[in-house]
Design a protein around this ligand. Structure first.
Ligand code: NAD
Length: 250
């Protein structure tokens, strides 16, 4: 049978067709899951879900808003009946240096990446707890591990490092409920977040620093999402899976 047969998955920030969230939603659907794609209104999550097929749903939800997360989780339960998988994928970045980070920059980046991961987890966990099973996958970044990726500022590194700590603490807290919480730390993956933002003169040096010699594709992350969402990883919790072509070997 399929790896995610009868499973219901929520993907935050999942509407962007070139993004890690949509690629993961699509691959989870191919493995049998019914998926709820959550995203901001302007990203049109309903259209994204419709593209995946009629058994999937799209919901407008802003992960920085607790009430919005709780309402979305309620809609998923109403329409799809359960919540087995939560992919905390919504994220934004800003290429700003330490001395230039304003309070507003800090709030924007920390709110989507870190607060959003907390709020959506809080919204999904009660249903998982009741089912006595769940898999939460959080998208952090190599930027958290090496102190800066290539494009994000220090506040982005901090937010993504915060995601690692939050996920590990939740893994500890909810293990007894059979809820697993794991992270993925992508390196440089070709999506809209970095499209056209890699300076041409730096490109060769960047590729030189990646043992596999290429930039990643969204499906490279999606494959690891399916692994962490499925029972293939049923004894893994609190782990971090690096998807970076060897950019950071530690
Ligand atoms: P993306 O910009 O295509 O996707 C981000 C999505 O989040 C968008 O659909 C956006 O509409 C949504 N979003 C933004 N604010 C939101 C909010 N408040 N509520 C709900 N949704 C919101 O970029 P991506 O590269 O696919 O990024 C996905 C995740 O992967 C992010 O967390 C990003 O930080 C992380 N990441 C990406 C890379 C990379 O190289 N692409 C590397 C490491 C980590």
């Amino acid at each position: 049978s399929l790896l995610l047969q009868d499973k219901v998955a929520i993907v935050t920030g999942g509407a962007g067709r070139n993004g890690l969230g949509y690629a993961s939603a699509k691959m989870m659907a191919a493995h049998g899951a019914r998926v709820a794609i959550l995203d901001l209104e302007q990203a049109d999550p309903t259209a994204a879900a419709a593209e995946l097929g009629p058994q999937h749903i799209g919901l407008v939800a802003d992960v920085t808003d607790k009430a919005s997360c709780v309402a979305a989780a309620g809609q998923v339960l109403k329409h799809l009946g359960r919540i087995d998988i939560l992919l905390n994928n919504a994220g934004i970045t800003q290429p700003i240096k330490t001395l230039d980070i304003t309070g507003a920059n800090y709030d924007a980046v920390l709110d989507v990446n870190l607060r959003g991961t907390l709020y959506m987890s809080q919204a999904a966990i009660p249903a998982m707890r009741e089912q006595k099973s769940g898999a939460i996958v959080c998208i952090s970044s190599v930027s958290a591990q090496r102190g800066g990726g290539i494009l994000g500022g220090p506040h982005y590194s901090a937010a993504k490092a915060g995601v690692l700590g939050l996920a590990k603490a939740m893994a500890r807290e909810f293990g007894a409920d059979n809820i697993r919480v794991n992270c993925i730390t992508p390196g440089l993956i070709a999506t809209d977040i970095n499209k056209g933002k890699i300076p041409e003169d730096k490109r060769a040096a960047i590729l030189d620093s990646i043992p596999l010699g290429c930039i990643g594709e969204p499906d490279d992350v999606a494959g690891c999402v399916v692994f962490l969402a499925s029972d293939l990883s049923k004894y893994c919790t609190g782990i971090t899976v690096d998807v970076n072509g060897g950019m950071l070997i530690h």
